[in-house]
Design a protein around this ligand. Structure first.
Ligand code: HEC
Length: 105
């Protein structure tokens, strides 16, 4: 019984690590995005768009094959010429990434 239990726990570990990476709260992320990102990005697929089209919509970003939780984190942690440097906290980053990935179709 014991060794099996241990095997079960070990088998579950990679899944738990993945869940950990997506630990953000998409609802909090959506609220944050509405404040921080909606000036330039259309953040909800059906929602109202910003006054400008300089930035791709979140749905378009989420649909890119290259978009992953990792790539979004890397992008948002580095400064970009056309985008404010937010210096998001770890939690804000988690939340926004979680939200962005929910608009993927
Ligand atoms: C001042 C306008 C502005 C704001 C505010 C803004 N962005 Fe952007 N963002 C841009 C522009 C413009 C680009 C396209 C950059 C380019 O093509 O060089 C971009 C690109 C991106 C990309 C990369 C898209 C790709 O092609 O891979 C991500 C991800 C992103 N923004 C997320 C966010 C998030 C999340 C927020 C809010 C925390 C945000 N942006 C706020 C203007 C903005």
């Amino acid at each position: 019984m014991r060794p099996r239990l241990i095997a079960c726990i070990l088998a579950a570990l990679p899944g738990m690590a993945l869940a950990q990476m997506e630990s953000g709260d998409p609802f909090a992320g959506q609220r944050l995005a509405a404040i921080l990102c909606a000036n330039c990005h259309r953040i909800a697929p059906a929602g109202p768009g910003p006054a400008t089209d300089i930035a791709p919509s979140f749905a378009a970003i989420a649909a890119l094959p290259s978009t992953t939780s990792r790539s979004l984190r890397a992008y948002l942690r580095t400064p970009h010429a056309n985008m404010p440097d937010y210096r998001l906290s770890r939690e804000e980053l988690d939340d926004i990434v979680a939200y962005l990935l929910t608009v993927r179709r």
